[in-house]
Design a protein around this ligand. Structure first.
Ligand code: FES
Ligand SMILES: [Fe+2]
Length: 355
């Protein structure tokens, strides 16, 4: 069984998708209704009426009150019942759980854990250039029939680009020529992949206008439970500076950044909110459309792998669903195993606190 960690912020939505129309989402196995008040602030309540369990997302907003679709109880943004039709007083039991929400950068975060511990300063800073007007951001969300850790695994082992994304960002050199470095802290894993003097992959050659070999780097940062920031850069070998670039932040002659917020809906279904960011001056408008399509396709290619993995796990090797190592590990698995160990530790700590 996948371990779901509760005392963390998760991305619940893009801000544009929370409106005056109540909508339902499932996060960590809980049904949540989200909507906006008249002043624009976003609200999240448990999507279940305390009366006879009708989903509140099927109700409607009357001003700032959410009216249940079944017998008309009304609730305010704190989840308190404010009206019970035909009664002078509202019943004391008529309360709905309210979840803390924070809108920051271009994501809306929800706190699924103990309410008193909802500290906004714990939101990881992984969104880099998402709102920078000088950067293009291709954004999307994929709904995966697979556990969230499969997506984290993918992003912590970018050797897969050689096989899964061979028509765009990957080529054999990404798997075969990378020099790997992995740093692990208590709540941070960073894996650096540096490829020296290699043939550029198709995307790099095309958009970077390379006519010779390149030095290329990929640095993936992981913050639990499921946030990822990747910095990708490159320069031509003949342009190699005397002092090497800071691979964690610099793009060299051509590169881009990738951000993921990966939210478990259930143990084995996930929503991956993703963004690929590229400086505007690096692409002409027409080229941007092609780039955008390519990035959407890259995510589609990964999506297929996740779902195929989950089928294999469920049908073939269910004992592997929660394993740190699935019968064998390669050197490139070091970072993802470190991430899974962090997840397991955080989960175990939470379980101790609640027992
Ligand atoms: S179920 Fe909501 S008011 Fe009855
Ligand atoms: Fe990928």
């Amino acid at each position: 069984m996948t371990m779901l960690i509760r005392n963390k912020w998760y991305v619940a939505s893009w801000p544009k998708d929370i409106t005056r129309e109540p909508t339902s989402r499932t996060i960590l196995n809980e049904m949540i209704v989200v909507y906006r008040l008249e002043d624009g602030s976003a609200v999240a309540l448990k999507d279940c009426c305390p009366h006879r369990n009708a989903p509140l997302s099927k109700g409607k907003l009357i001003g700032d009150s959410l009216q249940c679709c079944y017998h008309g109880l009304e609730f305010n943004a704190a989840g308190q019942c404010t009206k019970s039709p035909g009664m002078d007083q509202v019943p004391a039991w008529a309360k709905v759980r309210q979840y803390p929400l924070v809108e920051r950068n271009d994501w809306v975060y929800i706190w699924m854990g103990v309410p008193e511990r909802a500290d906004e300063s714990l939101i990881p800073d992984v969104y880099g250039r998402m709102l920078d007007p000088d950067w293009h951001c291709v954004k999307g969300e994929i709904h995966v029939k697979g556990g969230y850790r499969l997506i984290v695994d993918n992003l912590l082992d970018l050797s897969h680009l050689a096989y899964v994304h061979s028509s765009t960002t990957g080529n054999p050199e990404v798997a075969e020529e990378a020099n790997l470095g992995t740093e692990v802290k208590s709540q941070h894993v960073r894996v650096t992949r540096f490829m020296k003097d290699v043939v550029p992959a198709a995307t790099y050659k095309h958009y970077g206008n390379y006519t010779e070999n390149v030095d290329r780097w990929q640095v993936t940062n992981y913050y639990p439970p499921s946030y990822i920031l990747i910095n990708n850069g490159s320069y031509a070998v003949s342009d190699r500076p005397e002092t090497p670039a800071d691979f964690a932040t610099e793009l060299g002659h051509w590169g881009f950044q990738v951000y993921h917020a990966i939210t478990p809906a259930t143990e084995d279904t996930t929503i991956d909110y993703w963004c690929v960011a590229l400086e505007r001056h690096r692409l002409k408008p027409k080229a941007y459309e092609v780039w955008r399509e390519q990035m959407i396709n890259v995510l589609r290619e990964d999506h297929e792998v996740y779902e195929a993995q989950q089928v294999c796990i469920d049908k073939g090797r269910p004992e592997n669903n929660n394993d740190v190592s699935t019968g064998g590990a390669l050197p490139s698995d070091k970072a993802l195993i470190a991430a899974r160990l962090i997840q397991r530790r955080l989960y175990n700590e939470e379980q101790k606190q609640t027992t």
